[in-house]
Design a binder for this molecule. Structure first.
Ligand SMILES: *[C@@H]1O[C@H](CO)[C@@H](O)[C@H](O)[C@H]1NC(C)=O
Ligand SMILES: *[C@@H]1O[C@H](CO)[C@@H](O)[C@H](O)[C@H]1NC(C)=O
Ligand SMILES: *[C@@H]1O[C@H](CO)[C@@H](O)[C@H](O)[C@H]1NC(C)=O
Ligand SMILES: *[C@@H]1O[C@H](CO)[C@@H](O)[C@H](O)[C@H]1NC(C)=O
Ligand SMILES: *[C@@H]1O[C@H](CO)[C@@H](O)[C@H](O)[C@H]1NC(C)=O
Length: 354
């Protein structure tokens, strides 16, 4: 009798566990490489001399068995590269594939693992080009898998917890690292080495993780004020845009060379302060804008906005990048140029209110 009861209880337990597991949401993880998949031969204290993109998507997930209690996961090995080897053609394809996955009822959301060096560009791109209330969570790590206190496994678990949580919906793409949730639109890498590198200096974080890993949001869902959606379904390549860094003695000839010899269809200037450069640049900038080559002025400082000045940013010499740092301004300029080739005023409208 006792044996029968035990058997019955065990059976019931198996049934309950099975049902609970079946009810778990399903997430698709697009792995692109990066430090989160990195390995060093230099021992556990080596955190800088390592190779990115050595561990497969499935190995990454297998290293975090706790995920099995949170979500079913389908792993897609999109690339396995350091983020400095990605390009916007790959990110274009990544965005399309994520949109296709999210269109299916099968998935509650998508996670993207990516190297941290260009993570903010990939995240910003996905925020502008994926149109879904389902979460797209971008995650990386600052320490390779072989390091002491590697941050990748916990970051990945938290990314998956954030992806399946109902409060994460309708917030656009999110960045999860170091116990924090940030908006992909505003978050940037602020330190080349430390774990607490991803921040939005002006706008802050959207939330954190509590109670064994539940996301806690400080605000109800909303989108950044200037965020626009770009439909990229017909695009395979984006127009070339270069970024020029402004500094004392920089030659204005570089502006013309960038266009005439490097094929740039637009230029972003990482300007001094609120988007300025040497005044000798102005005639060259006005000339390029008049020829249908948009020049966008952003800032080389770590934070702040760039608005319209009397010369730089005045709409004739350049288009101000507002809150966008140079790499994000470059992504927006590429997407706007793809929609409106050589149309400086249409491009300027895309930058209004960003
Ligand atoms: C999954 O959850 C079960 C039930 O709470 C627990 O016994 C188990 O240890 C968990 N597994 C992991 C890997 O956290
Ligand atoms: C992305 O989707 C396209 C179209 O379905 C497919 O051909 C391609 O293999 C996918 N790319 C990756 C890396 O999964
Ligand atoms: C982007 O990178 C991929 C993979 O390395 C490469 O095949 C492709 O040619 C690159 N595209 C451009 C436009 O550079
Ligand atoms: C993007 O454009 C394509 C082709 O016009 C259309 O089929 C698709 O529905 C659009 N996607 C979104 C999200 O608007
Ligand atoms: C903007 O600045 C440029 C360069 O100084 C000047 O040529 C142009 O007239 C200015 N445009 C306006 C609208 O003030």
């Amino acid at each position: 009798m006792a044996k029968l009861l035990v058997a019955l209880c065990l059976g019931l337990l198996t049934l309950v566990t099975a049902t609970a597991a079946d009810e778990l949401p399903r997430v698709v993880v697009y792995a692109t490489g990066g430090t989160i998949a990195g390995k060093s031969n230099g021992g556990s204290s080596e955190t800088t001399k390592y190779s990115a993109g050595q561990v497969t998507a499935q190995q990454l997930l297998d290293a975090v068995p706790e995920i099995a209690n949170v979500s079913h996961v389908d792993a897609v090995q999109f690339t396995n590269l350091g983020s400095n080897r990605l390009n916007t053609s790959l990110v274009l394809e990544l965005s399309k594939n994520i949109s296709a996955s999210l269109a299916s009822d099968k998935y509650a959301g998508a996670v993207v693992t990516v190297g941290t060096d260009t993570l903010e560009e990939v995240a910003y791109f996905l925020d502008l080009t994926v149109d879904s209330p389902k979460p797209v969570v971008i995650v990386g790590a600052m320490r390779p898998t072989t390091a002491l206190s590697a941050d990748g496994p916990m970051n990945l678990l938290q990314a998956i917890r954030a992806t399946v949580h109902p409060s994460s919906r309708s917030r656009g793409a999110l960045v999860v690292l170091n116990d924090r949730i940030g908006s992909a639109y505003y978050t940037t890498k602020t330190n080349s080495r430390t774990l607490d590198t991803f921040k939005a200096i002006e706008q802050g974080y959207l939330g954190t993780f509590v109670d064994g890993g539940e996301p806690l949001y400080y605000f109800t869902p909303s989108r950044p004020t200037g965020r626009r959606f770009f439909n990229i379904s017909a695009l395979h390549i984006l127009p070339k845009v270069d970024i020029l860094y402004s500094y004392l003695d920089m030659d204005p000839m570089l502006l013309r060379l960038t266009v005439e010899h490097n094929g740039a269809k637009g230029i972003v200037i990482a300007g001094e302060g609120d988007g300025e450069a040497d005044r000798t640049w102005l005639p060259e900038m006005v000339g390029l804008m008049a020829r249908g080559v948009p020049v966008v002025t952003s800032t080389r400082t770590a934070a702040g906005t760039v608005g319209a000045g009397l010369n730089f940013g005045n709409g004739t010499a350049s288009i101000p990048a507002s809150t966008l740092n140079p790499p994000k301004a470059k992504i927006l300029l590429q997407l706007a140029l793809a929609q409106h080739p050589s149309d400086v005023s249409a491009v300027a409208s895309a930058f209004k209110g960003v």
